[in-house]
Design a protein around this ligand. Structure first.
Ligand SMILES: Cc1cc2nc3c(=O)[nH]c(=O)nc-3n(C[C@H](O)[C@H](O)[C@H](O)COP(=O)(O)O)c2cc1C
Length: 200
């Protein structure tokens, strides 16, 4: 099948787009307002875009609290969402009034960050402390603003739970990161395979 995505005339009961761009890693973002309120929410339009320096991005569809807080204080933390933390992660996606601390609401302990003010999720095996670089508002091909805001941050501090470092390498599968697929589906990384990069 083929469909024109501008018309979204796929004829299927649900839009398949997010089932194609999959699995999407989840940036479980902690942020803090200028008044010191703490926010935690998952974003699966999330990825790394550069390694030297390390840069990450996430996209807010609409002006959500994470975006507002990061605009105010220019810092955030990306916590790794794992199989063990899946229910808590999901709880933190509930729409709550601005100022409600989702970390507390989900029964998660905060741990202090080193270089930024927003705390990290203590139970998460990895966390990236980020400094805001840019917020890019997205327009469609017709030049219309679509109320989508992409937040880019430089990773300035990295926390790793030492239990997951084996022979000097991070054992990703042992952390069981979860990722977003289409509809209500998720994937969990429990195994990896190795392939040596082709030479020119
Ligand atoms: C796994 C998962 C991934 C999500 N990814 C996104 C996303 O990429 N962009 C977005 O705008 N909302 C996303 N959401 C919804 C937000 O988490 C939700 O709107 C949340 O209430 C936003 O919180 P905030 O207003 O405290 O920032 C996602 C929800 C879940 C459960």
């Amino acid at each position: 099948m083929f469909y024109d995505a501008r018309k979204n005339d796929h004829g299927l009961p649900r839009d398949p787009f997010k089932a194609i761009v999959t699995p999407r890693p989840i940036g479980w973002i902690t942020s803090m307002s200028a008044a010191g309120e703490i926010n935690l929410a998952p974003y699966s339009f999330f990825n790394g875009v550069s390694s030297r320096p390390a840069v990450v991005m996430f996209s807010s569809e609409g002006r959500k609290d994470s975006l507002a807080f990061i605009q105010e204080t220019r810092e955030f933390v990306c916590n790794l969402a794992t199989w063990e933390l899946r229910e808590a992660m999901n709880l933190t996606s509930a729409p709550m009034p601005r100022g409600v601390n989702e970390m507390q609401a989900a029964g998660l302990e905060p741990a202090p960050s080193r270089l930024v003010k927003p705390p990290r999720v203590a139970a998460s095996p990895c966390a990236l402390e980020c400094a805001l670089l840019q917020i890019v508002p997205i327009e469609d091909v017709g030049g219309q603003a679509i109320d989508c805001h992409v937040v880019f941050g430089q990773v300035i501090g990295v926390h790793i739970d030492d239990r997951f470092i084996r022979d000097g390498m991070l054992d990703t599968a042992a952390m069981k990161p979860i990722a977003r697929c289409g509809y209500q589906n998720y994937a969990v990384v429990e195994s990896e395979f190795k392939m040596v990069r082709s030479k020119d």
